[in-house]
Design a protein around this ligand. Structure first.
Ligand SMILES: Nc1ncnc2c1ncn2[C@@H]1O[C@H](COP(=O)(O)OP(=O)(O)OP(=O)(O)O)[C@@H](O)[C@H]1O
Ligand SMILES: [Mg+2]
Length: 358
């Protein structure tokens, strides 16, 4: 290589460093994006490869043009040949297991429990995702303070979860305007869930999730069947209040999951009692019903959560209790329940079927 060529290649490197690499913010050459830089003095042709990060090819088209312009401005360069490459992005790694929080009856506290249990599981050192599968009345955006979050769609067409309190979260509430009434049909419910579950870029930074917690809508409808039959559920947690009417629904819930061979990881009794400032426990909705029902069906009982104003208010304000007051007595309950859940999960662990939908 003669001196002219060497000087030109150095000038080309400097020119390429005047173009900013979108991913790192430094110059393209300094960022290591330029490969195979060559100059053919006879034809005046400069050629190189610009390597975009995995899946970012689209985003680097304008960077490629800027690189071409930068080197073409150099004296002696008659032609610039720039090949843009990008490694194919891999689909995000699948979560190790999906735990569904379910109840046949509405308003018993599934979402409150899903959020705080997810945080408690995270406090046990696990990487946790939280998916709001309630397409009719998504409440996680309110409880997590992410009402105005809009997830971005990555170049490989996956949806980037919204980070909230260290959790990776997705909700239909992020995708539709909560003000607009949505009329869902069965097929749309399955489709929306499939998209959030399968196309969610779960596992940020290539770090796979340990568990995905799923907040289900009440009942035993389309969402449940879709997931129970075709989703890789590691198990279900059934939430109930102590009332007899709620317990009848627990029996239905247990029966549904058993029919679809989803292991029941346990029953949580929510709104179990109200504790006065004097320490007296008032069983507002009756006593111990969920525990008895769990025993009757031979499924584990995970624990009780009392009626608690701070628990309710923290959810309403988008600062879930386990994150905002981790040493609150109710937060400690969630930590204990999370530990029992993990023990039961380890016992129930079985090979997971691959995700497949209709
Ligand atoms: N232990 C509790 N103490 C006080 N309030 C609670 C408790 N659990 C839930 N709540 C409150 O009860 C209401 C219903 O709870 P939540 O939305 O979690 O129930 P859900 O089962 O998810 O309802 P849906 O069936 O509509 O999805 C909320 O306002 C919540 O803050
Ligand atoms: Mg809910």
């Amino acid at each position: 290589m003669n001196e002219t060529s060497t000087a030109l290649l150095e000038a080309a490197q400097r020119a390429l460093d005047s173009v900013v690499d979108p991913a790192s913010g430094s110059g393209l050459h300094a960022a290591g994006r330029i490969h195979g830089l060559e100059f053919d003095a006879a034809s005046g042709r400069l050629s190189f490869t610009l390597e975009a990060p995995a899946g970012e090819g689209e985003r680097y088209q304008s960077t490629r043009e800027a690189a071409v312009n930068a080197v073409q401005a150099l004296t002696g360069v008659r032609e610039a040949r720039v090949v843009l490459t990008a490694a194919a992005a891999e689909k995000s790694p699948r979560p190790l297991g999906i735990v569904a929080i379910a109840s046949a009856k509405g308003g018993v506290g599934k979402s409150t429990i899903a959020v705080n249990l997810a945080l408690a599981l995270q406090a046990h050192g696990l990487r946790i995702g939280l998916l709001d599968a309630d397409v009719f009345g998504p409440s996680l955006p309110t409880m997590l303070g992410t009402l105005h979050a809009r997830p971005s769609v990555l170049p490989n067409k996956t949806i980037q979860p919204i980070m909230a309190f260290g959790l990776q979260t997705l909700s239909v509430g992020y995708l539709v305007n909560p003000e607009e009434p949505m009329i869902w049909r069965g097929a749309m419910v399955s489709q929306a869930l499939r998209q959030l579950l399968e196309d969610g870029a779960w596992g940020e930074g290539g770090q796979p999730l340990d568990l995905l917690v799923l907040d289900l809508p009440p009942g035993t409808g389309d969402a449940h069947l879709t997931l129970a039959q075709r989703g890789p559920l590691a198990g279900a947690v059934i939430v109930s209040t102590p009332q007899e009417v709620a317990l009848a629904d627990v029996r239905r819930g247990i029966a549904m999951f058993e029919r679809t061979a989803v292991p029941i990881l346990g029953v949580i009794e929510n709104m179990a009692y109200y504790e006065t400032s004097a320490g007296e426990r008032i069983p507002v909705f009756g006593e111990g019903g969920a525990r008895r029902t769990a025993h009757e069906f031979g499924v584990p009982f995970l624990g009780e959560i009392p009626i608690d104003i701070t628990l309710r208010a923290s959810a309403d304000h988008g600062h879930p209790l386990v994150a905002s007051q981790p040493s609150h007595p109710v937060s400690l309950r969630f930590l204990e329940i999370a530990q029992s859940l993990l023990n039961n999960l380890a016992r129930a662990q079985r090979p997971l079927p691959s995700i497949r939908f209709v």
